[in-house]
Design a protein around this ligand. Structure first.
Ligand SMILES: O=c1ccn([C@@H]2O[C@H](COP(=O)(O)O)[C@@H](O)[C@H]2O)c(=O)[nH]1
Length: 288
């Protein structure tokens, strides 16, 4: 009989226990490539990405390539991304593809087949998606993810300040857009996760720079919902504060940081990863 597939939530929780909650962003900004003395070409991106993966081995268990930077170089950029993803996954590092896909259900399912289908050239462990076309537009991709032990992170309250107007807008049901997405994800996790799993496989993107209360989101509703939290470092949030920011949900948080790590350069990146991972592990408990 085939071995049951571990769910993404179970795999993420295992990584939290064995290798911590830091997620190293792979964002090859042109200015960083220059600083790393690499060309702004597919080859430069490949070298950059592989170096970040190498620096993460032993220090971090999760990476998040920002697909946009690879897409700038067309098919050659995608080929570089395929290599970076494969290198990370073969080192046992979970890969969250930050591609922010969203559309009508059948098209999102096709995105899922690109990023979450076993054997696909771009196979990752989880994908960022948008529910702007309705939470139900994600039904098929959710099914595909679960069948394959993969995860999704749905944009809810993103870290960029200009998003607040839309994400705090009140839906016909009376809650904010972000709260509506967060509660749908939490409900899905409560109903569909393996009973022994602490975490479900349907995650949310909640920026570390936002006040969850301003969106009507309560952290104790999210204890089983993985939270991808960008906004640390360059965007201003402090890793040492993550338990204060996320309160009861802090044990579900993936701490995402890109520029604050990558700006250490090729020789300093491994030490920067180790330092930020230690900061996350040492973060004081929420006092409130
Ligand atoms: O709400 C969001 C969602 C995604 N991101 C992405 O995360 C990284 C952040 O990079 P830093 O250098 O650590 O600021 C980047 O890829 C964003 O596209 C986000 O910032 N906020």
């Amino acid at each position: 009989m085939a071995e049951p597939v571990l769910s993404f939530g179970e795999r993420l929780d295992a990584v939290f226990s064995s290798r911590g909650r830091l997620c190293v962003g792979i964002d090859p900004h042109p200015y960083l490539l220059e600083q790393w003395r690499l060309p702004d070409s597919a080859s430069g991106l490949r070298q950059f990405g592989l170096r970040v993966v190498e620096a993460s081995v032993g220090h971090a268990g999760i990476v998040k390539p920002q697909v946009a930077f690879f897409e700038r170089h067309g098919s050659a950029g995608y080929s570089a991304l395929e290599e970076v993803i494969a290198a990370a996954r073969s080192a046992g590092i979970l890969v969250i593809a930050d591609a922010k896909r969203g559309d009508v259900g059948t098209s999102v399912e096709a995105y899922g087949q690109s990023w979450l289908r076993p054997g696909s050239p771009l196979e990752a462990d989880a994908l960022t998606v948008s529910a702007f076309q309705g939470f139900g537009s994600l039904d098929q991709v959710v099914e595909l993810a679960v069948e394959n032990g993969k995860g999704l992170f749905i944009l809810a309250a993103t870290s960029n300040p200009e998003a607040a107007g839309i994400q705090q807008a009140v839906t016909a049901a009376g809650s904010s857009v972000a709260e509506s997405i967060a509660s749908d994800a939490a409900e899905w996790n409560a109903l569909n996760s393996p009973s022994a799993a602490r975490l479900g496989s349907l995650g949310l993107v909640l920026g570390a720079t936002v006040q969850l209360g301003a969106y009507g989101i309560t952290s104790d509703s999210l204890v089983r919902t993985p939270i991808l939290a960008p906004g640390f470092g360059h965007q201003g949030a402090q890793i040492a504060d993550f338990r204060r920011i996320f309160g009861a949900a802090s044990s579900s948080v993936v701490i995402a940081a890109s520029r604050s790590i990558l700006s250490a350069g090729p020789d300093g990146v491994a030490a920067a990863v180790a330092r930020q991972q230690e900061e996350a592990a040492a973060a004081p408990a929420d006092a409130s």
